[in-house]
Design a protein around this ligand. Structure first.
Ligand SMILES: [Zn+2]
Length: 497
């Protein structure tokens, strides 16, 4: 879209510049790309009697309807309604097309349109419960993936002469492709190993041994597993300067453990950098390296408009307050969703203040990021249900000293569907931990933080635990295993969204 003459520098322009720019870009994008070419949004805007002329401020935009996961889990032919598909007749009215045809000829104009609109790739969501939803990319989107990839590299203070290892699984998922395009966009050396699934832990370790990379990129659980094994094998990897994590969220406790492991591998100075991305965004947002703590995720205000809303009411939250992340692309082609409700909460809110670590002025999402829907009802006695926030339990366990890996299993007592719910905690202790000691500490911590306690704590060794969690086998590890449903076809499980 060459409608706006100049785009401010993504990480240097002040907030007031962006405020006006994003509104203008949103209006242009809706009028020239989304509404003419997206069957879904054309219909939705009509149903809501909404027109671009009505959107005079970003506050007006906050009244536009949301898109949710459920809108996308529809039959395939309806999913196509989210793809920008121009008809030739509509396109010939486009000023830029006419201009192109005059200047470069018809063939060149046709080629430009193909690049902008023809889907050439897809990634898909990794829902545990629902069918995967495909997101189509055109070459235009791949160019943007290069741009956001380069920003990941710049924000992470990588250097072109660094060597990178991409250990995300080979899969049609954003994490792998964003990383691949980060290497291309930045113009640097990167080896993709495919993670544990394709080469095995051993294969990854051998490859890393030969390459001696400066930057390791992958899923947090796999990175932890890999580095641990490397330490056990007595490897020497003194070049590692960054460990970049994506695909799932990162606990504060894990960062410290990764730093220690890298130190043991012989590297003195390493930063653990986390990224936040999701299929629907078709991009990921980086942290920058810090001396301590997390910088927040640096957003690309030229490519996306991000809002935080109250997950119950859907109203925007005041600046700095936690809220559900709502995403609108400003330059996407292929599959496009507007005001997409991610179901993710930015607990620290969103800020436009200058990043104290790198000095960038782009907006930042401050974590930790938790899921909206992880409040579940447990029937711990026959009297009434208890709402349990599993995000809190997750933070508790991730930060618990002595716990190397864990899983919560929800089941029915004696596997009897009519019985009460039970919470079994599976734990792999850190080496050298006293088991009784650890159990006591976990019980104490549960009592301090929640009104529930595990009915039992089962200890496992790490390989057993990795098997339970599906590490290397599943893309997302199963940290909360809810077995109540399979014993209880009527389903006492209720999620509160
Ligand atoms: Zn920063």
């Amino acid at each position: 879209m060459k409608i706006l003459s100049s785009t401010p520098a993504w990480d240097a322009a002040p907030p007031e510049v962006w405020h006006d720019w994003q509104l203008r870009r949103l209006r242009d994008y809706l009028s020239h790309r989304v509404l003419p070419f997206s069957a879904h949004y054309r219909q939705l805007f009509k149903e809501h009697d909404l027109a671009v002329q009505d959107i005079l401020s970003l506050e007006d935009w906050a009244n536009a309807p949301f898109t949710s996961k459920s809108d996308l889990t529809v039959p395939r032919d309806q999913q196509r309604d989210f793809v920008l598909m121009p008809a030739e007749a509509q396109l010939s009215r486009e000023w830029s097309v006419i201009w192109n045809a005059l200047r470069h000829g018809r063939a060149a104009a046709k080629e430009a349109l193909e690049e902008e609109f023809r889907p050439v790739m897809l990634t898909s969501t990794t829902g545990r419960s629902s069918d995967p939803v495909p997101f189509l990319y055109t070459k235009h989107d791949l160019a943007n993936l290069d741009i956001t990839g380069r920003r990941l590299m710049e924000c992470g203070r990588s250097q072109r002469d660094f060597r990178h290892v991409n250990a995300f699984p080979f899969a049609p998922h954003l994490a792998f492709w964003q990383t691949h395009h980060a290497g291309l966009g930045f113009g640097t050396f990167m080896v993709s190993t495919g993670g544990g699934k394709s080469l095995g832990t051993e294969g990854n370790i051998n490859l890393i041994d030969r390459i001696q990379p400066d930057v390791l990129i992958g899923m947090p659980t796999f990175m932890y597993h890999l580095l641990r094994e490397a330490v056990e094998k007595g490897k020497h990897w003194p070049n590692i300067k960054r460990v970049v994590l994506g695909g799932e969220k990162v606990a504060e406790g894990l960062r410290a453990r990764l730093v220690n492991l890298v130190h043991e591998l012989g590297s003195e100075k390493v930063s653990i950098i986390s990224t936040y991305g999701f299929t629907e965004a078709k991009m990921a947002f980086p942290e920058c390296p810090t001396e301590s703590g997390a910088s927040g995720f640096h957003l690309s205000p030229d490519l996306a408009l991000i809002e935080l809303v109250d997950p119950r009411t859907g109203s925007p939250v005041p600046a700095g307050y936690p809220g559900e992340i709502v995403f609108t692309p400003l330059d996407a082609r292929g599959t496009v969703v507007l005001r997409y409700r991610t179901g993710d909460i930015a607990e620290g809110g969103m800020t436009w203040s200058r990043c104290p670590h790198c000095g960038r002025t782009c907006p930042r999402l401050l974590g930790p990021i938790s899921r909206v829907s992880e409040v579940r009802e447990l029937h711990l006695d026959k009297v009434k249900g208890t709402l349990v926030n599993f995000n809190i339990l997750e933070h508790l366990l991730d930060d618990q000293k002595g716990v190397a890996a864990w899983q919560i299993e929800l089941c029915k007592r004696h596997d009897d569907p009519l019985e009460v719910d039970e919470l079994i905690l599976h734990v792999a202790p850190e080496p050298g931990m006293n088991a009784d000691d650890l159990e006591q500490r976990i019980h104490r911590r549960f009592a301090e933080v929640t009104e529930i306690h595990p009915n039992a704590i089962h200890l496992h060794d790490l390989p057993d635990m990795r098997e339970r969690l599906g590490i290397g086998r599943l893309l997302k590890e199963v940290k909360l295993l809810d077995r109540r449903k399979q014993n209880n076809p009527t389903g006492s499980l209720r999620t509160r969204d």
